[in-house]
Ligand binder design. Structure first.
Ligand SMILES: Cc1cc2nc3c(=O)[nH]c(=O)nc-3n(C[C@H](O)[C@H](O)[C@H](O)COP(=O)(O)OP(=O)(O)OC[C@H]3O[C@@H](n4cnc5c(N)ncnc54)[C@H](O)[C@@H]3O)c2cc1C
Length: 389
């Protein structure tokens, strides 16, 4: 068993760390205090992503991506996950299902998205459909050679920056025909209705959209009619691993800040780390991070070795569940060690504390991950998680 990271992955790690420290950390406070970054800063970051070669790390080289292995993607996402304000999102990962697009869809959408000239957002959730996508009401009725799309989507992350959306809709209102459509935002009938504010400061927005009888030509179907859930599942796997990696980076940064502070802060005549109450918190944080890192790197490595798709799905849930909950526990302890200073917005730990809360909600809540894991244990046995294959 060789658990070392090879030199290529280590190079990506160093590159992403340098990008995080030189490009992302310097804009964190502006983002927090102003609630958004000026357009010229966003444009500068976009150029810097391309210069650093960190664009579309999730796509094949022939589609304009960087063709990174899963483990390489994980180490990059871990490094950028240290930044607050979800600044990791300035690196774009065009949705994975686009790779199954037709040559026209790949040329017009995927390839410019890999270059950073276009940007997609993924729209599944609706007022009545969250954890249960079968309740989606957005419908695409087929008539006279075209689809007519009507409905509403909520929480469309990066929907403000995107120029097109992947919209999950039911063809002819049939839940048996979940389908993904490529929908340009400037098509007649597409409207943003609200841009709500959330607990975290996120570098972009999560707007709500309405589709009012939007006419879609047939070529806008991604994959086949009825294939929407299958394609989205693939996106979930990728997003869950990304979240798990971002959470790892966030927890490490918070732990490092807390440990440094525990050396500097003197109360009752000694550095607070000399109080066992503080040292035990640091010990628990270190062990939790180690456990998650080991799990995440293992699963990423297994995926690179060609792990069966069903097992990939099963294990991505475990990694997302553990990573997001671990980050919550670790960052909470880091904040406690910092005392009142940890509660100040100027402190990255305060921001990380708010930033990572959503990781237990989006891309499947913790309860949904547990339901998936429970179902896998029922179907495939406990060995799926406790074994070593
Ligand atoms: C900031 C943010 C960004 C988001 N970005 C996107 C995006 O880009 N695209 C997109 O499509 N969606 C997005 N979402 C939506 C997100 O995926 C949903 O919020 C999430 O799937 C949960 O759905 P819900 O909020 O409707 O909660 P619900 O499904 O209503 O769940 C409410 C509670 O019930 C629990 N619950 C539900 N079903 C079960 C069950 N079977 N067993 C046990 N407990 C259950 C849940 O775990 C939760 O605790 C985003 C959400 C947020 C907050």
């Amino acid at each position: 068993m060789d658990l070392r990271i090879d030199e290529t992955a280590a190079q990506w790690q160093r590159r992403a760390r340098a990008f995080t420290e030189t490009m992302l950390y310097p804009v964190e406070e502006t983002l927090e205090l102003q609630g958004a970054l000026p357009p010229e800063t966003l444009a500068r970051l976009r150029r810097a992503v391309v210069e650093a070669g960190l664009n579309a790390i999730n796509h094949r080289i022939e589609d304009g991506g960087k063709g990174l292995s899963q483990l390489e993607q994980v180490v990059v996402n871990e490094e950028v996950g240290r930044a607050t304000g979800a600044l990791w999102a300035v690196l774009w990962h065009p949705p994975l299902p686009l790779r199954y697009g037709t040559p026209r869809q790949r040329a017009d959408y995927l390839q410019p998205s890999c270059r950073g000239e276009r940007r997609a957002a993924y729209a599944i959730t609706e007022p009545d459909a969250g954890s249960d996508p079968s309740r989606v009401r957005t419908r695409a009725d087929f008539a006279r050679g075209k689809f007519v799309l009507s409905g509403e989507k909520w929480f469309v992350t990066t929907g403000d920056q995107a120029d097109y959306l992947l919209v999950h809709a039911h063809v002819d209102a049939d839940p048996g025909k979940p389908t993904l459509f490529i929908v340009d935002k400037d098509l007649p009938g597409v409207r943003v209705t609200r841009v709500p504010k959330f607990m975290h400061t996120y570098v972009y927005e999560h707007p709500e959209f309405v589709f009012d009888r939007v006419e879609l030509e047939s070529w806008r179907v991604l994959g086949d009619v009825g294939q929407g859930l299958e394609l989205t599942k693939e996106w979930f796997v990728e997003a869950r691993l990304q979240i798990a990696a971002n959470c790892l980076g966030a927890a490490i940064r918070a732990a490092q800040i807390a440990e440094r502070w525990s050396n500097e802060r003197v109360q009752f005549g000694r550095a607070i780390r000399e109080f066992q109450a503080i040292e035990f918190m640091l010990a628990d944080m270190a062990v939790e991070i180690m456990a998650h890192k080991t799990l995440l790197y293992r699963v990423a490595w297994e995926i690179d070795q060609g792990l069966d798709r069903k097992l990939v799905h099963a294990r991505a849930s475990a990694v997302k569940l553990f990573g997001s909950e671990m980050a919550g526990r670790v960052i909470d302890k880091a904040l406690q060690i910092l005392g009142g200073r940890g509660y100040m917005r100027e402190n990255p730990v305060e921001r990380l504390y708010r930033d990572i809360r959503v990781d237990r909600i989006w891309e499947g809540t913790s309860e949904i991950q547990r339901a998936i894991i429970g179902g896998q244990i029922r179907k495939r046995g406990m060995e799926t998680y406790t074994g070593w294959v």
